[in-house]
Ligand binder design. Sequence first.
Ligand code: ZN
Ligand code: ZN
Length: 371
Amino acid sequence: MPNGLVSVFTESGQPFELREYPTPEVEPGGILLKNTGAMICGSELHMWRGDGDTKPAPKPRVLGHEFTGVVHSLGEGITADSLRRPLKEGDRVAFPFFFPCNRCYHCTRGEHHACAYRQRRNSVGLDEYPYCDGGMAQYFYLRPGHYVYRVPEELPDSAVPPVNCALSQVLFGLERGRDHFGDTVVIQGAGGLGVYATAVAHDMGASQVIVIDGQPGRLEMARRCGATDVISMRDYPTPDSRVERVKELTGGIGADVVVEVVGIAAATLEGIEMVRTNGRYIDIGNIGGGSITMPASKVITNQVQWLGTVHYNPWIIESALQFLVRTKDRYPLTDVASHVMPLEKINEAFELAEWQGKEEGTSAQRVMLAP
Ligand SMILES: [Zn+2]
Ligand SMILES: [Zn+2]
């Protein structure tokens, strides 16, 4: 088995180190992947900076969970993907970046996203077998039984990395929160997740997709992804004014569904006010964020269904791929990498992707590493 180059995350605020690690002997049913593209996700910028209360995790380790690759070697007995389509070396694949256990209360009920034993690459140190734990490295190992989907030919490489994080996450969130065809949907935040959420809501048949953000460029992208209305935080600088605007745009009722993909706790408090009575609030972005004091009586009397959502069920991956194929001429989502850089330039890539402390429009939109 080959050795592979790994960009090693040692500590927040420290540069990544490039080291070589062994790849594992591929077990029967396992698959060794050669990574081809890994996006720098916002959550990785959090870790790199050392923001907030990100959970302590073993170090050194490898980052990269929004990524894709090709089959390098197939273990004994595996000849097909999770939909029994033939799979061979060199095929491009998409897969969940976390490993549900498939043997627990939640997994047996088909709730893989809620499996208490699911393993994220974050929770594993690099000194632990099978070493290949992330996308910001040359190889990744899919354990036997893991879900894997062949990537349709129509999609360019750069469309695929966000499939297993940003796109699947919002698709799953909207799927859980969906109610009726023609719903009104508000998306808080038009970053990576926000524009996917906008397009997915539009494609699902929302009658109105209202997107809120502070940056004109992002709102423009949201419009191209199906936003029917945008609310610029420049024109509506206070939470109250934005809540008011949503009410105005929805005939005084509020939105059927509100999706939070901002990542700031205050956004949740604001967003809950935008939900109509008996509507749904899908909270996705505020994963490493701070606390808020919940207006309990308001949530109860307004009968808001608050759906905290993290991770997804495996079938979402195939839906995400098919969504991209079906809408590739409708939304500009198949070419989302603004910069592609080799793994050796990971430190430069993170500097480029960093937006905090920079003037608007000067940071790179979406940086992809090509290991
Ligand atoms: Zn991510
Ligand atoms: Zn499980």
